[in-house]
Ligand binder design. Structure first.
Ligand SMILES: Nc1ncnc2c1ncn2[C@@H]1O[C@H](COP(=O)(O)OP(=O)(O)OP(=O)(O)O)[C@@H](O)[C@H]1O
Ligand SMILES: [Mg+2]
Length: 608
């Protein structure tokens, strides 16, 4: 089911946080069915937990029953021996009840944890297969909320909700049966309060449900906000926006607080109300019993046991509404989780077997390609060119002209709107994913590094690469010297996204990583960040070495790096403006010439 969120809605969108368009009833059923899929693997545990809960449900109501016997049969008659025996029986019931609770809690917790583990695995697997488009649309914070809070809500339901509800309902049934068995008229006195009780519970439930929904929505926004601002703390400080962002945060935080306060408010009314109703019922029972006691129509034991039944009877009712809240929250969370799990994954081409090029033998062809990220806003228009095996092609152009987009298309991160890209005559869309990823290696404009050692980052995805090869590659790229200076060298632990390394160093690590990956087609999206002249010449050399002996596409911001390319493609606002070699393009005195002069003002006198 496709998400209806539009990218412009940002994290302010609420649409994605609330129940989807499905009919309420069918949605609940659907969610229950999917949830069952996660707990059925633990049938044995569930059977055990249900059996314990069912068996345990009789233990609670047994106590008032024993109390009545103790009072009427033994205390009244002064039977000390009988009283001792019944006391022992009560002790046994209490111990069994404790044991049952311990076992049931343990088993349900086990089921919850195991199911949630699998669910998280599925979420991550699915996230990995989603098209990049999906991540453009969905803020990271929201996705994190899915894997943390929403999954926790499910855990809570599985480990404390579902089975306990069965236990509570069973206990209610047992209590009613036992009350009827003791005295049917008193039972009706107790049950007379029930309509009021049910009415207030339903009223409470409806209000608190909406409040819980709001809490979840605001929590997701709060998470998004934190994620964005912690990552972007530098910019906030640089622009002195602390106060402004603080106020923004205050707003989101206050919404979250208010929604929570509303839930607290409803609970603070509901609980005392139920307590009050229980007390009134107990009073009614005693009042009603008084005349019958005097007439000896009723025994003291029955009255005492009924007062106990009342407390036992109302507590599970109270719990039930609590548990329904847990269920409700879990249903909301499940809805969102399953919607994420149903986001269509990147379709795998129906491989026709032979079409799995591992090497580029002939050429890559862009044939009249047009593309838009969203809507009709074309970012690339009628792009046609070809790259022969072994050639180096450079793409240059102003910022925003569509260079990275071209690479996004070749990497199949986004589907083409119009036209076709072929590799050795095979349509890009028909090449199986793994084959395509093996064929093309991309050094991205923004280097992404993961928490872990330098070595782990260098041989990302392939632990079989030997240390010698790593060192050799680092030497070829020229990264060996700075790595040697890091504390621990190749074992130096990088922090999140390589913070602690300079932009140039990160770039070099990305180069070594690409060299070790050793793709047949290398794509290099040069970083825009400027580095010092020494690093720059190092990167230039590294680029040359990387491109040697393979088909390369290089997106360059520094025109000095592209002069030796076999062909240069000049992009302008999403269209190809000119193509040719460095010399040809200079001679043409067009856009390339202009860009060149901008970067080499000293040449304007010589050439111009
Ligand atoms: N994920 C995206 N969703 C929507 N629009 C995008 C996305 N990425 C880029 N764009 C838009 O596409 C256009 C081309 O962007 P692109 O990243 O290809 O430029 P570029 O030539 O690589 O620029 P630079 O030299 O700054 O790297 C820009 O107008 C940009 O706003
Ligand atoms: Mg770019």
């Amino acid at each position: 089911m496709a998400s209806t969120a539009k990218p412009s809605e940002g994290f302010r969108t609420q649409q994605d946080e609330t129940l989807s368009g499905k009919q309420k009833g069918s949605l609940d059923l659907y969610i229950v069915r999917r949830l069952l899929g996660y707990i059925t693997p633990f049938k044995g545990l569930i059977a055990g937990a249900v059996a314990l809960t069912a068996g345990g449900a009789i233990l609670g109501p047994l106590r008032p029953w024993l109390t009545r016997i103790a009072i009427d049969d033994y205390i009244a008659r002064g039977d000390r021996h009988g009283l001792a025996m019944i006391s022992l029986a009560m002790l046994a019931v209490v111990v069994l009840d404790g044991l049952k609770q311990y076992q049931a809690t343990w088993l349900t917790g086990l089921i919850g944890q195991k199911a949630v583990f699998n669910l998280r695995m599925d979420i991550f697997r699915h996230l990995q297969r989603l098209p990049i488009r999906y991540f453009d649309r969905n803020p990271v914070g929201r996705l994190i909320t899915r894997t943390t809070n929403d999954v926790e809500a499910l855990d809570e339901m599985l480990s404390s909700g579902l089975i306990t509800i069965v236990g509570d309902i069973l206990q209610l049934v047992f209590i009613v049966v036992m009350m009827f068995a003791s005295d049917w008229r008193l039972t009706f006195v107790v049950l007379s309060v029930l309509p009021l009780m049910i009415w207030s519970t339903i009223a409470f439930k409806n209000r608190v449900r909406q409040a819980f929904l709001d809490v979840r929505t605001h929590l997701a926004r709060l998470n998004s906000f934190f994620q964005e601002h912690i990552t972007g703390m530098k910019v906030v400080q640089l622009f002195g926006r602390e106060e402004h962002e603080f106020r923004l945060h205050a707003g989101i935080n206050a919404d979250h607080r208010d929604a929570n306060i509303r839930t607290v408010f409803y609970f603070s009314i509901y609980y005392p109300l139920i307590e009050f109703l229980s007390s009134v019922t107990a009073g009614l029972v005693v009042w009603y019993s008084a005349s019958r006691l005097l007439k000896a129509d009723l025994s003291v034991g029955v009255v005492v046991s009924f007062v106990q039944y009342i407390w036992l009877f109302f507590r599970p009712l109270q719990h039930l509404s609590d548990r329904f809240n847990v269920l409700q929250t879990a249903v909301t969370s499940s809805d969102r989780i399953f919607r994420l799990l149903e986001e269509p994954v990147e379709p795998e081409p129906t491989a026709t077997g032979t079409q799995t090029p591992m090497r580029l033998n002939d050429r890559i062809v862009f044939d009249d390609v047009s593309f838009a990220y969203d809507g009709d806003n074309l970012v690339l228009r009628d792009i046609s060119f070809e790259i022969r095996a072994g050639q180096t092609v450079a793409i240059v152009g102003a910022t925003g002209s569509g260079k990275t987009t071209l690479i996004n298309i070749l990497s199949r991160f986004y589907p083409i709107r119009q036209g076709q890209v072929t590799i050795d005559g095979v349509d890009l869309a028909e090449i199986p994913g793994p084959a395509l990823r093996r064929l093309i290696g991309v050094v991205m404009q923004e280097v992404v590094l993961f928490t872990g050692t330098v070595r782990e980052n260098l041989c990302f995805g392939d632990p079989s690469i030997t240390d010698e090869r790593i060192r050799e590659a680092a030497r070829i790229v020229g990264a060996d010297r700075f790595i040697a200076k890091l504390p621990g060298g190749y074992d130096y632990r990088l922090r999140e996204n390589g913070s602690g390394l300079s932009a140039g160093q990160k770039q070099l690590i990305a180069f070594v990583r690409a060299l070790l990956y050793n793709p047949d087609i290398l794509v290099l999206d040069e970083a825009t960040s400027s580095v010092d002249t020494e690093t720059e010449s190092l990167i230039e050399q590294a680029t040359d070495r990387l491109m040697k002996h393979r088909t390369s596409i290089i997106i360059a911001h520094r025109l000095s790096t592209v002069q030796h390319a076999d062909r240069i493609i000049v992009l302008h606002k999403g269209t190809i403006r000119e193509t040719g070699t460095h010399q040809e393009l200079l001679a043409r005195r067009g856009l390339y010439h202009k860009l060149y002069l901008l970067q080499h003002p000293e040449r304007s006198r010589v050439d111009g």
